[in-house]
Design a protein around this ligand. Structure first.
Ligand SMILES: Cc1ncc(COP(=O)(O)O)c(C=O)c1O
Length: 383
């Protein structure tokens, strides 16, 4: 039996494979990017209330009105962006669905999509499923800067979209205003749509601002701004995200969403209204907590002879393991760690498409309680 050609050369997710490996070896899972703590109590209580009050059937496909209104208010309050909740906001099954839907809404066969590598492993399959071809622009360690010449070289008349993730997984980069300006200028020059992945917008360190690309001059009309609830509210299993875009982009994305998922989980949408009602103090505490986790993982990695750099945002450390004098590549290293030390990580090259890149690195996710990071460190000290 033949399966579709679009699946040629594709395999399962490495990140989720590493989670399964962690379970097999009873390892501490620093691979997949999910917190080992719960959403705020008020948000969980709101989910319970929704389940108890009959919110158990299909909802409006674009998302619960109260949630779309809350998202519009949030975009206005945090970034001064104007979206009509009735037209421009779609609640999706995670950021993953929003990106996939945006690509399906935009891409024709032969269109190119620029992906900045290293990249979240979902992007490439999503481009391929939409019928597009990916073109990569790589960020080089240790700065992982978006170099203007490399970026410029990737744009061409076939370019239809660029996926831009900031704060960035796995490098922890937060792109500067100058880097975003370069993207904005090229998008306008080549009539390209930007699909942004801002899932880590609130996990950002040292008073760095998060700048949505759509707020740059000329970008509001050509950007699909995507974010979600999974990371900010420690609810990755709830599968809730959203896309904000002007028309015709919004209507196109909504048409895809309507027929692929019908609607995102309704009771959890109600809980996300409560999430967006969390006071400013929640975000301040989130930043303090993640800053403490970042400090701990940095100290531990340095002590354990990994070479890494301070993440500016998100909750990952991409760490070079050359200091271990390990005889093997990143995959061998990432398979050895859970087996021998009981700690799971992700091989660096799984974030790259260009062969050879990321071979000396593994990614540690530090959205974990401090005691979890301490426990992982104690295991790794057995080396
Ligand atoms: C950059 C990035 N985008 C998207 C996702 C997936 O988001 P969601 O769980 O909302 O689909 C992740 C998850 O780790 C991520 O790191």
């Amino acid at each position: 039996m033949q399966t579709a050609q679009r699946l040629k050369g594709m395999r399962e997710s490495f990140i989720r494979e590493m989670t399964r490996l962690a379970l097999t070896h009873n390892a501490i899972n620093l691979s997949q990017g999910f917190p080992d703590f719960d959403p705020p109590r008020a948000v969980i209580d709101a989910a319970h209330r929704a389940l108890d009050s009959g919110m158990n059937q299909y909802g409006i496909t674009w998302g619960m009105p109260a949630l779309r209104q809350a998202i519009a208010a949030k975009m206005q309050r945090w970034y001064g962006m104007e979206f009509d909740p009735d037209k421009h906001i779609t609640v999706t099954c995670g950021v993953t669905e929003a990106i996939s839907g945006a690509l399906m809404a935009l891409i024709n066969p032969g269109d190119e999509v620029i992906i900045i590598e290293p990249f979240h492993e979902g992007y490439l399959p999503e481009v391929i499923f939409a019928g597009g071809a990916a073109r990569f622009v790589s960020l080089e360690p240790p700065e992982f800067a978006l170099e203007p010449d490399k970026l410029r070289a990737a744009f061409n008349p076939r370019t239809r979209a660029i996926i831009l993730n900031t704060p960035h997984n796995p490098t922890g980069r937060v792109f500067t205003r100058a880097e975003l300006d370069a993207v904005a200028q090229l998008c306008q020059q080549f009539d390209v749509v930007a699909i942004t992945d801002e899932i880590y917008e609130h996990i950002i360190y040292d008073d760095r601002p998060h700048i949505p690309l759509a707020t740059l001059p000329g970008m509001a009309e050509r950007t699909i701004t995507i974010s979600g609830f999974g990371k900010t509210f420690a609810a990755t299993g709830w599968r809730l995200g959203y896309a904000c875009a002007r028309d015709p982009l919004s209507t196109a994305l909504r048409t895809i969403h309507d027929f692929t998922t019908i609607c995102a989980p309704v009771p959890l949408q109600a809980a996300c209204v409560a999430a967006l009602e969390m006071p400013d103090a929640y975000y301040a505490q989130l930043k303090r907590d993640y800053t403490a986790r970042r400090e701990k993982i940095m100290t531990v990695l340095e002590e354990l002879h990994f070479t890494t750099h301070l993440p500016e945002g998100a909750y990952y450390a991409l760490a070079d393991f050359s200091g271990w004098n390990f005889d093997g590549d990143d995959f061998a290293f990432a398979r050895m760690l859970p087996e021998k030390f009981g700690v799971a990580v992700v091989p660096g090259s799984s974030f790259y498409a260009t062969p050879g890149l990321g071979k000396q690195a593994v990614r540690f996710a530090f959205a974990k309680k401090l005691e979890t990071i301490d426990a992982a460190a104690a295991r790794l000290r057995q080396k």
